[in-house]
Design a protein around this ligand. Structure first.
Ligand code: ADP
Ligand code: MG
Length: 727
């Protein structure tokens, strides 16, 4: 790749202003929104009233759908899709690759009389059977029993997606083995949603609520990403294959001036964002916020929150639309957690709350939290979930890419703690000490010193950007999710952990009530114990400070710094409890996921190592040798004892030292690769990748990066950070 486009044309590419962006659909947003989904409105218009009513109760209350109704729905879906020009449908599922998967089938069906008609039966809508032998299953299914089934999830809307000019009907689905075991990330998510709903309803009923029929987790994921020029991207095999740069000297200008954050958005980038927003709106995805992020060439897109299973699907679509649209704008969208060393990486803040079918936000304290016992129970449950079940939560965000961020002073540390702010922390302490704190928030207006401004009410807490799990007024923000990751695992773990905690608290409340106390008195009897137990997980200070690590250790909080040390904990009682108590994952499903994660971690490491090896030998070494030869020639030709001769000698010595180091580094890499590939136990192999391979890749990188700043700029084979980041 690097051979065909010489360095001089990289410069020429940069000079050319790209133009001719595809124009956004000019349909007004209100008309465009939801145009391409089989929406509730379409269902109401196109389905018999009784079928529509039953489907609605499936969507709202998880009531099962009958085969007869499925037939009617499938037919209406097919009519709508084919009227719009679709020829194919696909079950769309989320196997353990972390990505989505699809296998298209035409609606065309031959009739006995030899004609061809469009057909889509309830059977086809409900269940698909892709040959699933090549998806990771962690040993649940061996290749000789390849059956895997996709099953329609009616709670997430079907949609039409255009790609390459073709429109296809996508049916959101789960993916299970022939024994019904989960092979995907959606099945456990849906199970976790039912579990947290059931336990939350117990609490609502305890406080006398008889109306709510279900509780849903709501999620708003804030998606970070990078945009780089596609022509430069195409000259970096590491970006193409690993999603991140394995080499690259620090740029002359990074993020130190903090001038990119919320800066004015460059025209091409804004045109891109606008097109992305329009495409998302057509899919019923409420994209709302867009801005420049901290790092140069880094951006954020945030939709309005939605119920968690829809939010998961929509975030997968956001990733896809970002990637695909970028290509049309001559850009490449980088979703990796750490595309550039020394520059902030990308995460995905996962805003999470619980609300009931009456529209009540259960994580909203209202004006007087101390008297809001219902909220205090949910608060206690969240604290217990993050404290007691921190390892399962940490498991929800494992991944080789995320290891570069967590704990690297740009993202929260790997230590899970909760930021509540001083006022709410005081309310908890009042509970523990049995004091009255019923006055509510101490607020007031902010003093701006400008009389012309309308009064600005103070928020109840300031922001704490360093906390991995922050209470932000009426929701919790789990900030450890990686930008490339599906949000399904993190939310599954969160829902499951909160369900366990709610169950524990509900059991204690029931006991107190059985002893004759009313609900409020029961809460004041039960909650202090929980708050006292879990107060150590509350931390309102600077999570990036080195002292916090020391303090966290004293508080006995886990500090699992990387994916491998996290993945070693799958058999811990807390992990098994969270996943098995409500059947979110059985033991086999659980351990299969450990296998899949470990294998993925190992494979990512090996791919990066091969990239370092291949680029090192075939792109960097020839240039280093050439530079060495040129330095030797200059040294020979400049005779005498002057400054020029001394600097030619110094230059020769430097190239000589670095070329030696590169050859040696690549040679050692070969033997480390052979050694790592020879380890058979998955955990040990992952440890070898972490402890031997990755540190060595950094060593080789260090040599290459030193060469980059010394070698004649016209000969360096890769686009540099300055060029990639500043356009
Ligand atoms: P921030 O100031 O942190 O960016 P925003 O209010 O803009 O906060 O919200 C960020 C994300 O949180 C958005 O996706 C938003 O829809 C989501 N969000 C807001 N309220 C809730 C809630 N109650 N539950 C879940 N997510 C929420
Ligand atoms: Mg936020």
């Amino acid at each position: 790749m690097t051979k065909s486009i010489p360095r001089t044309s990289v410069k020429a590419h940069i000079a050319q202003a790209p133009g001719g962006y595809p124009a956004s659909d000019n349909v007004p947003a209100q008309e465009l929104f939801g145009r391409d989904i089989f929406s509730l409105k379409l269902m109401r218009d196109r389905l018999p009233k009784s079928v529509y009513g039953r489907l609605l109760s499936t969507i709202e209350n998880d009531d099962p759908i009958s085969p007869a109704d499925a037939d009617v729905i499938a037919s209406a879906m097919k009519d709508w899709a084919t009227e719009r020009g679709a020829t194919h449908f696909t079950h769309w599922f989320q196997p353990l690759t972390g990505m989505t998967a699809e296998k298209h089938d035409a609606f065309l069906t031959p009739t006995p009389s030899g004609e061809i008609i469009n057909e889509f039966s309830g059977k086809l809508l409900i269940k698909g059977e892709p040959d699933a032998s090549s998806f990771p299953s962690g040993g649940i299914r061996s290749t000789f029993e390849a059956r895997g089934y996709t099953a329609w999830d009616p709670t997430s809307p079907a949609f039409l997606l255009k790609s390459g000019g073709h429109l296809t009907l996508y049916v959101p689905s789960i993916f299970v083995s022939h024994t019904g075991e989960a092979l995907d990330s959606k099945t456990p998510l849906l199970r976790s949603q039912e579990a947290v709903s059931k336990q939350a309803l117990r609490i609502l009923r305890f406080f006398g609520d008889t109306k709510a029929t279900r509780v849903r987790a709501n999620v708003g994921p804030e998606q970070e990403y990078f945009l780089v020029d596609r022509r430069l991207y195409s000259l970096r095999p590491d970006l193409i294959m690993a999603g991140r740069t394995v080499f690259g000297a620090p740029p002359c200008k990074g993020q130190e001036l903090e001038d990119h954050y919320f800066g004015s958005i460059a025209p091409r980038n804004l045109a891109f964002m606008d097109e992305v927003d329009h495409r998302l709106w057509a899919l019923g995805i409420p994209a709302r916020t867009r801005h420049n992020e901290v790092a140069p060439a880094q951006f954020e897109l945030a939709p309005m929150y939605e119920q968690v299973n829809v939010a998961v699907d929509h975030n997968q679509l956001v990733l896809r639309i970002l990637r695909d649209t970028a290509q049309e704008f001559g850009l490449a969208c980088l979703l990796h957690e750490k595309p550039f060393a020394g520059i902030n990486g990308s995460g995905k803040h996962n805003n999470w709350s619980l609300s009931d079918s009456e529209g009540r936000n259960l994580t909203d304290p209202g004006p007087t939290p101390w008297t809001n016992s219902l909220f205090m129970v949910f608060l206690a449950a969240v604290l217990r979930a993050v404290h007691k079940y921190s390892i399962p939560l940490r498991i929800g965000v494992v991944g080789a890419g995320n290891d570069f961020r967590l704990g690297a002073n740009e993202a929260p540390p790997a230590i899970l703690s909760v930021f509540l702010g001083d006022q709410l922390t005081d309310v908890i302490k009042a509970y523990v000490e049995g004091k009255d704190d019923s006055d509510g928030w101490k607020g007031g207006d902010m003093a701006t010193g400008i009389s012309a401004l309308a009064p600005l009410a103070k928020d109840i807490t300031d922001r704490n950007r360093t906390s991995p799990f922050a209470f932000t007024g009426n929701k919790f923000e789990f900030r450890a999710v990686g930008s490339s990751q599906s949000i399904a695992p993190a939310n599954t773990c969160l829902n499951a952990a909160v369900a366990c905690a709610l169950d524990d608290i509900a059991n204690e409340l029931d006991k107190a009530a059985a002893g004759g106390l009313d609900p409020i008195k029961s809460a004041h009897k039960v909650l202090p114990k929980f708050f006292e137990e879990h107060l150590p997980v509350v931390f309102n200070g600077n999570n990036y400070a080195p002292e916090w690590e020391v303090e966290a250790e004293k508080r006995k909080l886990w500090n699992l710094k990387d994916s491998v040390s996290t993945l070693a904990h799958y058999s811990d009682p807390e992990v098994r409890e969270v996943f098995t108590r409500f059947g979110i994952l059985n033991e086999r499903e659980l351990h299969s996921r450990q296998e899949v994660h470990l294998e993925k971690y190992i494979k990512v490491g090996l791919v990066e190592a091969r990239l370092v090896r291949s680029l090192g030998y075939s792109s960097i070494l020839p240039v280093a040798l050439d530079s060495l030869k040129k330095a030797a020639d200059s040294y020979q030709s400049i005779k005498g004892a002057g400054a020029a001769a001394a600097s030619a000698k110094a230059c020769f010595d430097l190239f000589s030292k670095l070329t030696d180091a590169l050859c040696e580094g690549l040679g050692t890499l070969d033997s480390i690769l052979a050694e790592v590939e020879g380890v058979s136990d998955a955990l040990k192999q992952a440890e070898a990748v972490r402890d031997k391979l990755l540190p060595h890749l950094l060593k080789v990188r260090d040599t290459v990066d030193q060469l980059e700043v010394l070698v004649d700029d016209n000969r360096w084979p890769l686009p540099k950070y300055d060029e990639l980041l500043w356009q």
